[in-house]
Design a protein around this ligand. Structure first.
Ligand code: SF4
Length: 1012
């Protein structure tokens, strides 16, 4: 029997009357309503504790909450409050309760995540029928959408069988032929999804709830056992639970026991219709005078830097524990990554909490790279990562030599590495490293098709020494990294359990698809397990439920992100399949939901809260703050504090100190002046403080102006002597006890440490691999665009020139370009039959097959070219050049490229046309388009032609977007090219990660900025 738990009373102290009512509730059901921060969770925890006190053991109480992360956090708080020993504190997420229930029934299964299901469907896509669903540009997005729809159906208790019966009953056509055919296709896909999971003994989170509900409904014994075990059921964040979960929870309420559920006051009241109500009002934290700051940041980089700089100060100078600081973001893959980079720049320890972070960890990406290159030795990005990382660690310069050999001799990277071992260009030390890599490769490839995946992964980890490296590493997050490796091994083991005949090669394909499938924003909100790594917490707002921190930064609060646009559900669930009134899907519901999310985030802070937004979005555009943020600021009567982007430099800390001291001084002047007329004894002291502050501001100005090369420490002694001469005795005393000098000296030490860390990363120059032309560079529009998007991506693509296989969409684009070129270069434009014949030939030559996706693309090409032919016949345009090349000098640089088509217009002018097969952009968005601006200059400089009009022709949408006027081809483009060229010449290849750029980047597996 469990020992008697000892109660620490903290949770039970200072409860409001409403909270006490919750704690003392002793019969039947009760619903607790209150917004985030009103103390609902606290009341439930206090009730849990009181139940332990009354019943001598916590075993009869069950606390359910919406997510596993929240359950971990609440269990932690209870463990702190209840001392002594006991069997277990049962605090669970619904899916864990369901899993335990099913296992008790002897049902065996493996639970798979949404990402794993997406990987499974992507891997078996050829077995699925997807003719009426549009693949769009990225099939992964279609699969994600389909899996999300299955999740929603499961949440509404709609099984695959029910859906199929409904879809079968739809009329064959009924005027909605396409929609009905799509629904039938989806019904089949839902069944295939369930079949594929069942074949592997797997079940998803929604399926778990459906199965558990079936057991509880159909088995009186199971129900009785539950009622006996859990006499008191507590439910936190009930409004976050799905319809299926609330149905299950409703069945848990035991006869003679209690069920108390807490929900937000703004959402639905999903549980306990008609139960007595307790309402909590007023924030328990903000009402106690929590200081709140409002930051207007110049852009997202400034926002991330501002947070990182302040966090660095808190940790290094004020001794705040990094774990008691949280940065809450809307999306981990967006703002989260920017914050991670900014913290990394300052060497501040941090931990990103989210399932997505697993595949971003360096050691996991090392393993992934090895598995990818073993499955496909032509995967150059994976090979490059494997040779650049331990245990091989080839230097950048030697890496560039190897990719050059691969390119020149047209070899894949593995063959190029073998050739490099005999090349005189490669130094002996590098050859040794390459030989070491090749030996590892040969040993690993030998068992790839025969060994069980779990054993293979275990051996690979050992051979690469990944575990050994971690054991001897000095970082504080070693345990976390070792556990990641163990988790990767567990992935392989669970894959083997599902498919005992599978080889390591199949596992490699599966796990690469899993990593590639990534996580949707909703999944990111569900961190896996507790965060073991030390450091500042970077979390999504939703996953912060149940957690508390001393300092909280809630960032990214622009109107376009919070609440952001409402997007109606693309695939709503048919009403006739719903077992309840449909939830509202409109703008008001969206706003209410986002407001709740922000309430959750802002109510996590114990000592200080900072709310921020980034003003600049796309270059030149201004974004307003969220209306929620503005409302809160106005209500608090607070001013915006501004944060500009800061370049790292010796004066960074001085500038920051100068700005904040100036703000403090201005506030002091008003306060001290206002009190001068009062009859007080400490007026002198007030004045002395204000003057000392002014003198400190003078000190900072003097330090900013100090001779170049002089250290702060040296300058400080001199400046202090002068200031002390001018100050009174009292002012001198205040100056001597101020912490400013120590702060400045510590910042200088930090900067020196950073500089040393950067210097340690220095590698030999990549100068021989830059695209030199005389004094300048040879550049194309695409080079400039790539560098602007991310300098590191430019380095991978244009300096290392890592070979990349074209994607199916890129091959499709090439085919369309070829067909149009042939169409216009004949004697006269051909007939429709000729253009389609030409498509047929190019299609086969490009190696396209007959999968559903390829057929869809072919149908799109036929439709687009048919429209193109019609439109061209009706237009007055006269194409005079097709695929015309240009090269010209822009400053010291040689610009090169090719324009798809040049038309002479009826008025005698010329139009430059570039074909696109992607999504159209508006003329406004193309105003600063680098490619079109360069084409305009090219026409003038290289062909002596004034082209007033430049266009992108979006072939699939039959849409021509024209850009013209004086703004294109102006000075800005010359400046842009010069800046980019200077950056390349100075080998400035620092990454600038953003979700938009990184999600399209072919070099994610190599990129250190895309890892944690
Ligand atoms: S993954 Fe992102 S940061 Fe890394 S190179 Fe690509 S675009 Fe740059």
């Amino acid at each position: 029997m469990a020992a008697y738990p000892t109660i620490v009373r903290a949770l039970l102290d200072d409860l409001t009357p409403a909270q006490l009512e919750v704690v003392n509730h002793d019969q039947g059901r009760l619903l607790l309503i209150g917004a985030a921060g009103t103390g609902k969770t606290h009341a439930l925890l206090a009730r849990f504790q009181a139940l332990c006190e009354r019943h001598a053991a916590p075993d009869g109480a069950l606390l359910l909450t919406a997510s596993r992360a929240a359950a971990d956090a609440l269990r932690g708080r209870l463990e702190e409050a209840i001392e002594g020993s006991y069997e277990a504190l049962t605090v669970l997420a619904p899916e864990d309760l369901c899993a335990a229930l099913l296992r008790e029934q002897g049902i065996r299964f493996v639970v798979v995540s949404a990402a794993e299901r997406r990987a499974l469907l992507s891997d078996r896509i050829d077995e699925l029928t997807l003719r009426t669903h549009d693949f769009g540009a990225n099939p992964a997005l279609l699969i994600e959408r389909l899996v999300r729809r299955i999740d929603r159906l499961e949440q509404e208790l709609v099984t695959a069988e029910r859906y199929a019966a409904w879809a079968d009953a739809l009329p064959a056509d009924g005027g909605q032929g396409d929609r009905f055919a799509r629904e039938r296709e989806f019904a089949q896909l839902y069944q295939d999804h369930d079949r594929l999971l069942a074949e592997g003994g797997a079940i998803d989170a929604g399926g778990l709830v459906l199965a558990a509900l079936r057991v509880v409904r159909e088995s009186p014994r199971a129900r009785a056992r539950l009622a006996e075990r859990y006499r008191h059921v507590l439910v936190d964040d009930a409004h976050e639970m799905s319809f299926a979960q609330t149905q299950l929870v409703a069945l848990l309420a035991p006869e003679g026991g209690t069920l108390v559920a807490a929900a937000s006051d703004r959402g639905e009241r999903p549980l306990l219709e008609g139960a007595p109500l307790v309402v909590l009002e007023g924030s328990t934290r903000c009402a106690q005078g929590l200081p709140v700051s409002y930051w207007r940041c110049a852009n997202e980089r400034a926002q991330a830097q501002g947070v990182a700089a302040e966090v660095e100060r808190l940790v290094r100078q004020e001794g705040v524990a990094a774990e008691s600081i949280a940065v809450l973001v809307r999306s981990l893959r967006d703002e989260g990554q920017a914050v991670a980079v900014a913290l990394e720049e300052r060497s501040v320890p941090y931990a990103v909490a989210g399932s997505s972070s697993f595949f971003l960890r360096a050691e996991i990406r090392d393993l992934l790279a090895w598995l990818r290159l073993l499955a496909d030795p032509g995967d150059a990005s994976a090979v490059v990562r494997a040779i650049a990382r331990p245990p091989v660690e080839l230097r950048s310069i030697d890496l560039a030599r190897c990719t050059q050999i691969a390119r020149r001799r047209k070899l894949d990277m593995i063959s190029a590495l073998a050739a490099a071992t005999e090349s005189p260009q490669v130094p002996p030390e590098a050859r040794e490293r390459i030989l070491g890599f090749l030996e590892l490769f040969r040993a690993a490839v030998a068992a790839f098709d025969t060994m069980r995946p779990d054993l293979y992964v275990h051996r690979l980890i050992e051979r690469l020494g990944l575990r050994r490296q971690q054991l001897f590493a000095a970082q504080a997050d070693v345990v976390e990294r070792l556990l990641d490796l163990a988790r990767f091994g567990e992935l392989a083991a669970s894959f083997t359990r599902r498919d005992p005949q599978a080889s390591a090669r199949e596992f490699a394909r599966y796990v690469a698809a899993l990593a590639e499938a990534g996580l949707s924003e909703e999944e990111e909100q569900q961190p896996v397990g507790e965060l073991r790594r030390g450091g500042v917490r970077v979390l999504s707002m939703a996953s912060a439920r149940g957690l508390e921190f001393d300092h909280v930064y809630v960032i990214g609060l622009q109107a376009d992100r919070m609440p952001g646009p409402w997007r109606p559900e693309l695939d709503p669930i048919p009403r006739e399949l719903l077992s309840r009134k449909p939830l509202p899907d409109d703008r008001d519901a969206h706003i209410a939901c986002q407001r709740r999310l922000l309430d959750v985030a802002t109510s996590r802070a114990r000592q200080r809260l900072v709310l921020t937004y980034a003003e600049e979005g796309a270059p030149g555009t201004r974004r307003p703050p969220s209306s929620f943020l503005e409302e809160a600021r106005v209500a608090a009567g607070a001013e915006w504090e501004t944060r500009a982007e800061e370049l790292f430099g010796p004066a960074e800390a001085l500038h920051a100190a100068f700005r904040s001291l100036r703000e403090e001084l201005l506030a002091d002047v008003g306060r001290v002046g206002g009190r001068l007329s009062e009859l007080r004894l400490d007026t002198d002291l007030d004045l002395a403080h204000a003057v000392s502050r002014y003198l400190e501001l003078v000190k900072l100005a003097a330090l900013l102006e100090r001779p170049s090369g002089q250290s702060i420490a040296d300058a400080l002694a001199e400046v202090n002597t002068r200031l002390f001469q001018a100050a009174t005795g009292l002012q001198r005393e205040i100056l001597e006890t101020s912490a400013l000098d120590e702060h400045l000296l510590a910042s200088e030490r930090d900067e020196r440490r950073r500089a040393l860390a950067v210097a340690a990363r220095d590698e030999p120059s990549l100068e021989p691999f830059l695209p030199r032309r005389g004094e300048g560079l040879a550049l194309s529009a695409s080079d400039v665009e790539t560098y602007l998007a991310c300098p590191l991506k430019y380095k991978f693509a244009r300096v290392f020139r890592i070979p990349v296989e074209p994607t199916i969409n890129q091959r499709f684009g090439i085919v369309v370009h070829q067909v149009l070129e042939r169409y216009h270069t004949g004697e006269h434009p051909g007939s429709l039959a000729e253009i389609l014949g030409s498509l047929d030939t190019s299609w086969r030559r490009a190696g396209f097959g007959a999968s559903d996706r390829e057929r869809q693309l072919q149908a799109k090409a036929v439709a687009a070219l048919t429209r193109y032919h019609e439109r061209f016949g009706a237009e007055q345009a006269e194409p005079v050049w097709v695929e015309r090349s240009f090269s010209f000098k822009l400053g010291a640089h040689l610009m090169r490229g090719r324009v798809d088509r040049v038309d002479r217009l009826p008025d005698g002018g010329y139009e430059l046309i570039d074909y696109k097969t992607g999504r159209p952009k508006s003329a406004e968005a193309l105003r600063d388009d680098v490619q079109l601006a360069l084409y305009a200059i090219a026409a003038r400089e290289a062909w002596d032609l004034e082209a007033e009009t430049r266009s992108y022709y979006y072939v699939l949408d039959d849409l021509k977007v024209r850009v013209g006027g004086a703004e294109v081809g102006g000075e800005w483009i010359r400046d842009t090219v010069e800046d980019v060229a200077q950056g390349i010449l100075a080998q400035g290849f620092e990454p600038t990660p953003s979700y938009a750029t990184c999600s399209q980047c072919d070099f994610r597996i190599v990129c250190p900025a895309a890892e944690l």
